[in-house]
Design a protein around this ligand. Structure first.
Ligand code: G6P
Length: 604
């Protein structure tokens, strides 16, 4: 969703800002804009459409050593040049870029209009520009603070003022803001992706914090003016982690990245001696782990589906009742929070609003939440009492692939860890460690089947709808497979437990509707075989994903290597990622930035 970049230094800010915006394109947006200050005057350029459109139309006079820029995802008012950020005050001194939603913007707008202020846009953000511009405070930081005391809601924001041409004031409440430290120049962004080309040294703002950046440094303080002491973090990702690495699309690169992403998740965590997993971020003693009575996993989208894989793993290996629930629903049903339940919040970005809100709801009621998160230092990671970083590396394509797989692997580690302080035998622990160690190599083997998957994808690109079915561990694989096809190819897809087929979906089976059957060689293989028979009997095309061909039943089988039964779901999903990718290619879709979707949904 929305993205912020800012620069103050001695160079022209514009190339830095435009390059930063390009790095944020993956988050999803509909318009973009930039504001710079030169010789005491604010110069602004905004455009609906892509960052490319913005830079192509950029007048030469828009240049200067300090500036802010933004990619907008429409919330208040449709995508348009005027609604894109930065927003200005009436005098044209103040420019504001803002991520998040101001909840009392309508009331504040009415008050300002009653005082004679004319608004240029439909946005909530413009309210802030006017409040700051009309403030009588002499210092920009004080004017921003005064305005922020009046607004409610969430923000990550950056402000420049032509009357204070040496500084950017930034603030955070619920939406990330990261300071990048350069040599006699400072950067700000809502996402480190926009900073890695310039610096590896970053400082993360906390909620309720404000900061002032000048070319020579920065100061931070809380809204109540208490100064804060910040730690500088060294980024472990460099600019190449955000490149396509020779592939046409980030999605394809990230699918191919999976052997190394999973190796990253496993690195240093397997303990052969005690047949368990070491997870430094879970600081629960064996006694505390034994005291857990239930596990509840919360996440959205693919993170939620990986949570279902996780719940199955925890229930089967740790013998604890476990389930996953969409974080977006959880907090609205006034859930009973049980002190003996361990809550796990799952998120690639660590910034998904609904997941963060669910974490806060659990904590408000005294529950214990650990994170299973990819982005180090993200809001959810920081809100939780510890947890497990999945270390999959940056994921840029909107549709999740390697983060989904690495999250499932992280759950296997959690299940092994909890299992081994409960009833999982050393022999089973050893067996699972062996299986986990085989995963990177087996993931690489699946990549070699790509040409075959691409042929099968032709059929799916021609269908107007498809079913994905599976049982128990295969069901979340079906859910995620259907999700991938929908997201990147726009072919309608639905997932069902295979056992539910006869309770409704069978009515839709025709020769035009293909079904993917997730059918590993496990105790349910005969049940899955009979589901295939029922579909075949009604003329429906069947594609199986499993460990052997289903001659006479499946028109095609996407084969994956066999691992331990508990870990097989991790591998069964990979051909479905390739299937969605190739169907999207045939249909000429915008693979990395599907319409209407955003990489990280930071608003409700
Ligand atoms: C968005 C993305 C999905 C992602 C979900 C959760 O909807 O388009 O790909 O699975 O958010 O994101 P998170 O960063 O919390 O894993």
């Amino acid at each position: 969703m929305c993205g912020i970049v800012g620069y103050v230094g001695r160079e022209n800010a514009v190339p830095v800002l435009l390059e930063g915006l390009q790095r944020l394109e993956y988050r999803g947006y509909d318009s973009a804009g930039v504001a710079v200050i030169k010789n005491g005057a604010l110069r602004v350029h905004k455009a609906e459409g892509r960052v490319r459109d913005l830079s192509e139309g950029l007048p030469k006079r828009v240049a200067g050593p300090i500036g802010i820029a933004h990619t907008r995802w429409a919330t208040h008012g449709p995508p348009s040049d005027v609604n894109s950020h930065p927003h200005l005050d009436t005098a044209g001194n103040v420019a504001v870029v803002h991520n998040g939603i101001l909840e009392n913007a309508d009331a504040l707008r009415a008050e300002l209009e009653a005082e004679g202020v004319e608004f240029a846009s439909d946005t909530d953000t413009e309210v802030l520009a006017h409040l700051i511009g009309r403030s009588e405070q002499q210092e920009l930081e004080e004017a921003v603070r005064e305005a922020l005391y009046k607004v409610g809601g969430t923000y990550g924001l950056a402000v420049v003022d032509a009357r204070h041409p040496d500084r950017i004031v930034i603030a955070r409440n619920g939406s990330p803001v990261v300071i990048g430290i350069g040599a006699r120049e400072m950067y700000v962004a809502s996402d480190v992706a926009a900073l890695v080309r310039h610096t590896q040294q970053v400082v993360l703002l906390d909620d309720g914090e404000l900061a002032t950046l000048t070319a020579d440094g920065f100061t931070t303080q809380m809204m109540d003016r208490r100064p804060t002491t910040k730690e500088t973090l060294e980024l472990d990702a460099d600019v190449s982690s955000y490149d396509k690495g020779g592939y046409d699309h980030y999605l394809r690169k990230e699918i191919a990245d999976q052997p190394s992403a999973v190796a990253g998740t496993l690195r240093g965590r397997l303990d052969q001696r005690f047949s368990t997993a070491h997870l430094g971020g879970i600081e629960l003693s064996a006694r505390e782990l034994r005291g857990i009575r239930r596990v509840k996993i919360l996440g959205c989208g693919s993170a939620y589906y990986s949570g279902i894989v996780g719940a199955d793993l925890i229930e089967s290996l740790a013998r604890l009742p476990a389930d996953a629930e969409p974080a977006s629903e959880f907090r609205y049903r006034n859930p009973v929070i049980d002190p003996d339940t361990l809550y796990l919040a799952v998120s690639q970005s660590g910034e998904t609003f609904d997941t963060l809100a669910a974490v806060q709801e659990v904590q408000r009621k005294g529950g214990r939440v650990l994170g299973v998160v990819n982005v180090v230092g993200s809001s959810i990671a920081r809100a939780c009492e510890g947890g497990v970083y999945i270390h999959a590396g940056p994921e840029v394509s909107v549709a999740s692939t390697k983060a989904f797989t690495s999250t499932a692997v992280a759950f296997a580690l959690i299940a092994l860890h909890i299992g081994r302080v409960r009833d999982l035998s050393p022999a089973d622990g050893e067996r699972l460690i062996g299986g986990l160690e085989r995963l990177p190599e087996q993931l690489a083997q699946i990549m070699e089947t790509e040409d075959h998957v691409a042929q099968v994808a032709q059929r799916f690109s021609a269908a107007s709808s498809a079913f994905f079915i599976g049982r128990v561990g295969g069901y979340p694989v079906a859910l995620e497979g259907a999700q991938k096809l929908k997201e990147v190819s726009y072919v309608h897809a639905e997932a069902y437990p295979a056992s539910e087929l006869k309770h409704g979906p069978l009515a839709l089976i025709t020769p035009e509707l293909p079904t993917i059957v997730v059918a590993p060689d496990d105790h349910l293989v005969d049940k899955n075989r009979s589901a295939m028979e029922q579909i075949k009997a009604r003329g429906g095309p069947v594609v199986a994903v499993g460990h052997r061909a289903f001659a006479g039943l499946a028109d095609d089988t996407l084969l994956v290597p066999k691992n331990e039964p508990e870990l097989d779901p991790i591998l069964l999903g990979i051909p479905l990622q390739l299937l969605a990718y190739h169907a999207a290619l045939v249909l000429g879709r915008d693979v990395d930035q599907p319409r209407n979707l955003a990489k990280s949904v930071t608003v409700e």
